[in-house]
Design a protein around this ligand. Structure first.
Ligand code: MG
Ligand code: MG
Length: 276
């Protein structure tokens, strides 16, 4: 440990990888269930069952009193939405964040699903937010600073594209705790923040608003939504910092396969992120 940061051994990294893959398996299950008329409550129950069937425990349920397995955040909701009976509608975007705890370690990942006929303007927000995650991951190598990740995400979403980075919520270290040092903001300056060393495990999770950056927390004390009520997107990977390039411990490909197979969902699609 140094600067409050716990660097992980290879064995610990493999445990965290297993957990992240279970999270992604859960999000793939969710991707198969998403349709107009489905609800957060319904998908949350299925997600919890799958996680427990694998001998794991939902990572968010009970965390600081959060009441569910998934965070389900619809349209202008940014993150931390509490699953409800409110049915999803054609044209909604639904960000689903999931964590698990198994063998003493956490795993964490998130994906934003597009249900039915989502407007092209909003699909572009999803595509850019997802690409910004990979822009950030490209910077997660030994010797770089956390601010290099932050600034890469901010530059791509706010300068190259016309969106806004949510400031109040950030990525984080992860291990025996769901949230560990360091914080990994999605905005900031190159060359600032802690220097990254081999074995640093971090969750990188851009939360990007179509409109302005300001957010409000709902009366339920959890749900964060865009103040201007415009849509917001969220994609997350857990990665371990390595010398040449970060090793991505979560894997969105099973989720994207579920999306391709589900006629009710629209694929987010790719923006080529050139490798540095
Ligand atoms: Mg998460
Ligand atoms: Mg996270």
């Amino acid at each position: 440990m140094s600067n409050g940061i716990f660097y992980k051994t290879d064995d610990e990294v493999e445990l965290i990888r297993q957990n992240c893959l279970l999270v992604c398996k859960t999000l793939a299950l969710v991707g198969g269930l998403m349709q107009p008329g489905a609800s957060g409550t319904k998908i949350d129950a299925k997600a919890e069952q799958l996680i427990r069937d694998h001998g794991a425990v939902p990572g968010f349920k009970g965390y600081r009193g959060f009441p569910a397995t998934l965070c389900v955040s619809v349209n202008e909701q940014v993150v931390h939405g509490i699953p409800s009976k409110q049915e999803f509608k054609d044209g909604d975007i639904v960000s689903v964040d999931c964590g698990v705890l198994m063998n003493g370690y956490y795993g964490d990942a998130a994906y934003t699903f597009a249900i039915g006929d989502v407007r092209e303007e909003i699909m572009q927000l999803l595509k850019v937010t997802k690409a910004s995650l990979y822009k950030g991951i490209q910077q997660a190598t030994v010797g770089k600073k956390v601010g290099d990740i932050s600034s890469a995400i901010q530059y791509f979403t706010e300068r190259v594209h016309p969106y806004s980075v949510v400031r109040e919520l950030v990525g984080h270290g992860l291990g025996r705790n769901l949230h560990e040092a360091p914080e990994v903001p999605n905005f900031g300056k190159r060359g600032q923040g802690p220097r990254m060393r081999d074995g640093l495990v971090i969750a990188i999770e851009p939360m990007i608003n179509l409109g302005k950056k300001e957010v409000i927390t709902d009366k339920d004390e959890w749900t964060v939504f865009a103040e201007d009520r415009l849509p917001s997107a969220h994609f997350e990977h857990t990665v371990v910092v390595r010398k040449q390039k970060a090793d991505i411990l979560s894997n969105h490909s099973s989720i994207e396969e579920a999306i391709r197979k589900n006629p009710n969902l629209k694929e987010v699609g790719e923006i080529a992120v050139e490798t540095a």
